[in-house]
Design a protein around this ligand. Structure first.
Ligand code: AMP
Ligand code: MG
Length: 476
């Protein structure tokens, strides 16, 4: 491939919405951009032609604008840890534009860490290398695990320092690809202002982009609840803790977004919390299904303003919200059922699932390795008291008797590899010292999480006591 620039087939629809939806501005150039990573496979699937590599670093640093870009910062609001902030917005991100992919989908291309915007508040608009590489690795791993998520297209270093609690750190910019960046908080922004024309425009836009068959607010609400119920069930089936499930970090598309203090659990415990700011455990692992219902109720409260008879609509919207816990449980049961080799887990199978989880919590079992060991062997060794597993195993084997091919189900549902926190921290420390080999290795291995890979057994090992990452920080 030759040519001087990168050819991105932009078609920018968000910038055609009313000006109250965003502030048009360009990224702030950085000192010396250098390319850390470029996701060739993703670029290709988006129809982006990589020209010469030289052009990539200044482009993904925001120093040069690709042809057809329409850079802007989006405004939104959000409930953060339960408290409402009427205006947040992209404080360190710029939407460069949208791409129509060869498969007909529309995706956002966004730079994160691209400098201050009118929504930066006290922030510097920048990101440091750690959270950029963390999001790159974890979001790509999520995709490979089969979970809807934003993707990572590129990472560059800026040659500038950013200042955080830990001191002066190397700056970086992530290029993120998303089905859209419309959040529950985007609806809340206009609802809080009682700006019905804007809210209506956002509704129409979201419907056209994500649910073209939806007839109005109620259909959209139902569709978003459905996507989020499925998404959260998937998180629960993989031991994933998002960490900051604020309404501004909850998408309309149903994609996982904003990888800050997130983590995959090592040892299973339902009350596990990682974020240091989450002192009350609002976003603890087992509370995620409750939080998403609460977040969807906030979306419902915003959408109800668009209904001709608000009082009547409150009733039907409430029904949709109240149906969610059962929806999540149903989906969760199906996913957990496959993890123990059941093609169609019924409500009657729930005790078998929950009893295993209880034994895992009591036995300090590693979440990922225990499930995988059910098919690969050695599951009882995962428990402090292996006898606790033996009792469960007898019941399980009996139930498995009627299953056609439980091993295939388990191999497809139980990953060998997850991005373990201590490995991510280790990778970041190496990258800060200029060694990107661990970053590249993690990406390589995690691209095939369900396949055993010779030479990568060390990446399945849970942390030693001294390696345990007790808290992850807010990713800024
Ligand atoms: P987050 O916790 O990453 O979802 O961010 C919450 C809000 O804070 C968003 O409006 C961000 O744009 C903003 N924000 C986070 N970090 C920074 C930063 N370094 N500079 C400016 N704004 C930031
Ligand atoms: Mg956010």
């Amino acid at each position: 491939m030759t040519g001087m620039t990168l050819n991105i087939p932009f078609d920018n629809s968000y910038g055609r919405l009313p000006s109250s939806f965003y502030t048009r501005l360009s990224p702030v150039p950085v000192k010396t951009p250098e390319l850390i990573a470029f996701n060739h496979a993703l670029a290709e699937s988006l129809g982006i032609m990589a020209a010469d590599e030289e052009a990539l670093a200044p482009l993904f640093a925001g120093n040069t604008l690709p042809e057809g870009a329409d850079p802007l910062a989006q405004v939104y609001a959000g409930h953060q840890f339960g408290g409402f902030t009427p205006q947040l917005g992209d404080g360190r991100a710029i939407l460069m534009g949208e791409v129509r992919t060869p498969s007909g989908a529309r995706v956002d291309i966004q730079l994160k860490g691209s400098g201050p915007t009118p929504y930066s508040r006290q922030g510097d608009g920048r990101a440091w290398l750690g959270p950029v590489l963390r999001e790159y690795v974890v979001s790509e791993a999520m995709h490979a695990l089969g979970v809807p998520t934003t993707r990572a297209l590129a990472a560059v270093s800026t040659g500038e320092r950013v200042y955080r609690e830990q001191g002066a750190l190397p700056g970086a910019v992530l290029t993120r690809v998303a089905a859209s960046h419309i959040r529950v908080g985007t609806f809340q922004f206009f609802a809080a202002r009682r700006d019905k024309p804007a809210l209506r425009a956002l509704l129409d836009y979201a419907i056209e982009r994500h649910d073209p068959e939806a007839k109005g607010p109620e259909d959209l609400l139902r569709a978003v609840c459905d996507r989020q119920a499925r998404l959260i069930a998937q998180w629960m089936s993989l031991g994933f803790i998002h960490g900051v499930m604020n309404t501004d970090n909850t998408t309309i598309s149903g994609e996982t977004i904003d990888y800050g203090p997130c983590a995959f659990m090592d040892q299973y415990h339902p009350d596990q919390v990682y974020s240091f700011i989450d002192s009350h455990g609002r976003y603890a692992f087992s509370n995620q299904p409750n939080v998403i219902v609460w977040n969807m109720a906030q979306l419902a409260s915003a959408l109800v303003l668009l209904m001709p008879d608000e009082e009547k609509a409150v009733e039907s919207f409430t029904q949709i919200i109240h149906a969610m816990p059962a929806q999540i449980t149903e989906r969760w049961r199906q996913l957990l059922g496959r993890k123990i080799g059941l093609a169609e887990a019924t409500a009657g199978d729930e005790p078998l699932i929950t009893d295993l989880l209880t034994a895992m919590a009591e036995g300090r079992a590693d979440f990922t390795n225990t499930f995988r060991a059910l098919v690969d062997g050695g599951a009882r060794d995962q428990f402090l008291d292996p006898a606790a597993f033996d009792a469960w195993e007898a019941r399980w084997r009996k139930r498995l008797g009627s299953e056609a091919d439980p091993d295939a189900l388990m191999r497809a549902a139980n990953p060998v590899f997850i991005p373990r926190n201590h490995r991510i921290e280790e990778m970041i420390a190496a990258a800060v010292d200029g060694d990107f080999a661990p970053f590249e290795r993690l990406n390589r291995v995690l691209a095939h999480p369900y396949e055993p890979q010779p030479g990568a057994a060390d990446l399945t090992r849970p942390p030693e006591p001294h390696e345990v990452v007790r808290q992850t920080f807010c990713g800024t």
